[in-house]
Design a protein around this ligand. Structure first.
Ligand code: PLP
Length: 400
C-alpha cells in the first residue's frame, strides 16, 4: 500500500546523519559529562559543541541555551520558572488563546498559587493583534507568552511587534518556536524575546530533547533540582546522545534554510488550490499567507475529522485533527474554538503537514483520496437527500 506521511508537525523521522552522529554516544562515548575523567570530559565537550551550534542557529550566546527533555519541558520551565520569580504584586500572566497545551496548562498550574492568567483572543485567522496585547498589559503583568507559529492551523504570529511592546512595558516575553525552528529563521535578537522554546523531534532530530533560550538576566526558578547541570537551571544528567543529535539536526536544517521552506510553501499552495477545487464545501483554516510553509489545514463541512482520518489511514495517508498529544481527546480543538467556530465545526478540521520528503505525487494522491472519501462520508451521514420532486426525505425513510 502507498504510504504518505503528512503529519510532520506531530513529529519528523530522524535523519540518518543525525542517527550516525548520535551512535558513538550510545556505544563507546558513554561518559557522564559531569565526571572529571577523560570519558566525562569527552561527553562534556560534545555537549559544549552542541550548545554552540544551537546558540549560533538562534543568534544567542551559548550560555543562554539550557538543554531540557522536550519542547513541553522548555515551555513549562519558561512559564512556571519565570513566573515563580515574580514579586507578589506582579502575578498577572498573558497567553494567547491558541497556545499549545504545554503553555496553557503551565499557566493554569500557577492559578492556585495566586496568579491570574488571561487569554488573548485571536482573529478569524488565528492571529494575535499586538494592540490586544498592549491593551491587556497592566502594572501587575509579569510575563507574556505567544507562539511563533500555531501547530494546528499554521498561523504565524507578529512576535517582533509583541516583543517591542513587552520591552516598552518592562514585561518578560516567551516565544514557543517549536514549530518554526529549523524551517524559518528564528533569531532571538530579531524577535527580541527573553525566553524561547525549541524541540529536536520537529526538525528531524530525536524525541525527548529540547532547549530553552534564556536571555542573560531573565529571572528563572529551576523546576528540576538536584545537581548543578545546565548552569543550575535544570538538574539531571544530560541526554548526551540526544543533545548531540539535536545539534546535528539543527546544522542540517540551517543548511537547508531557506530553500526547503520555499519548496514546501510552493507545494503547500498547490495542494491547497487542488483540495479546494476537488472537494466541495472545503475551506482553508488559518492565514492564507502568514502560515507555516508545510501546513495546510481544512474544514470539510459535514465530515467529522475522526471518520476522515480513519479513511485516510486506510488509504495509507497520515494526517491529523490537531495536536498529536490531544489526538485521543473527544474535546473539540481549543484552537478552532478560539477562531469562533462552533463545536460541530471544530470537530471537522483536518491538518496536513508536509516534510522534506513530500512530493507532488504524494499530494496529488491525497487530493484524489480526499475527493472520494469526503463524498463517501457525506453520503453515509447525510440525513436527507432530495427526491425527484426536490423535497428532502430522510435517507432512512423507505422511498415509495
Ligand atoms: N509547542 C508546540 C507549538 C508544539 O507543536 C509542540 C509539540 O507538538 C510542543 C510545544 C511540545 O513539544 P514536545 O513534543 O517536544 O514536548
Amino acid at each position: 500500500m502507498r504510504a504518505v506521511y503528512l503529519d510532520h508537525a506531530a513529529t519528523t523521522p530522524v535523519d540518518p546523519r543525525v542517527r550516525r552522529a548520535m551512535e558513538p554516544y550510545l556505544k563507546t562515548e558513554y561518559g557522564n559529562p559531569s565526571s572529571l575523567h577523560r570519558w566525562g570530559r569527552r561527553a562534556r565537550m560534545a555537549i559544549d559543541a552542541a550548545r554552540e551550534t544551537v546558540a549560533a542557529a538562534l543568534n544567542a550566546d551559548p550560555a543562554e541555551i539550557c538543554f531540557v527533555s522536550s519542547g513541553t519541558e522548555s515551555c513549562n520551565l519558561a512559564i512556571i520558572g519565570c513566573a515563580l520569580k515574580a514579586p507578589p504584586h506582579r502575578r498577572h500572566i498573558l497567553v494567547s488563546a491558541v497556545e499549545h497545551h504545554c503553555v496553557l496548562h503551565a499557566a493554569e498550574w500557577l492559578v492556585p498559587l495566586g496568579y491570574t492568567v488571561e487569554h488573548i483572543p485571536v482573529d478569524r485567522y488565528g492571529q494575535v493583534d499586538p494592540d490586544a496585547v498592549r491593551a491587556r498589559i497592566r502594572d501587575e503583568t509579569w510575563l507574556v507568552s505567544i507562539m511563533h507559529a500555531n501547530n494546528e492551523i499554521g498561523t504565524l504570529q507578529p512576535v517582533e511587534a509583541i516583543a517591542r511592546i513587552c520591552k516598552e512595558r518592562g514585561v518578560w516575553f516567551h516565544v514557543d518556536a517549536v514549530q518554526t525552528f529549523g524551517l524559518l529563521p528564528v533569531d532571538v535578537e530579531v524577535i527580541g524575546c527573553d525566553l524561547l522554546s525549541v524541540s529536536a523531534h520537529k526538525v528531524y532530530g530525536p524525541k525527548g530533547v529540547g532547549a530553552l533560550y534564556v536571555r542573560a538576566m531573565t529571572p528563572l526558578q529551576p523546576l528540576m533540582v538536584g545537581g548543578g547541570q545546565e548552569r543550575d537551571r535544570r538538574a539531571g544528567t544530560e541526554n548526551v546522545a540526544g543533545i548531540v543529535g539535536f545539534a546535528e539536526a539543527v546544522k542540517l536544517a540551517q543548511g537547508m534554510l531557506p530553500t526547503e521552506a520555499e519548496r514546501q510553501t510552493a507545494l503547500r499552495d498547490e495542494f491547497i488550490r487542488a483540495v479546494l477545487q476537488a472537494v466541495p464545501d472545503a475551506s482553508l483554516t488559518g492565514h492564507p499567507t502568514e502560515r507555516l510553509p508545510g501546513n495546510a489545514h481544512f474544514r470539510f463541512a459535514g465530515v467529522p475529522s475522526d471518520s476522515l482520518l480513519i479513511a485516510l489511514d486506510r488509504a495509507g495517508i497520515a494526517a491529523s485533527s490537531g495536536a498529536a498529544c490531544s489526538a485521543g481527546s473527544l474535546e473539540p480543538s481549543h484552537v478552532l474554538l478560539a477562531l469562533g467556530w462552533d463545536e460541530t465545526a471544530a470537530q471537522e478540521g483536518v491538518r496536513f503537514t508536509l516534510g522534506r520528503d513530500t512530493t507532488w505525487d504524494d499530494l496529488a494522491y491525497t487530493v484524489e483520496v480526499l475527493r472520494q472519501e469526503v463524498a463517501r462520508i457525506r453520503a453515509t451521514r447525510s440525513p436527507a437527500r432530495p427526491t425527484a420532486g426536490g423535497r428532502a426525505v430522510s435517507q432512512k425513510t423507505p422511498l415509495r
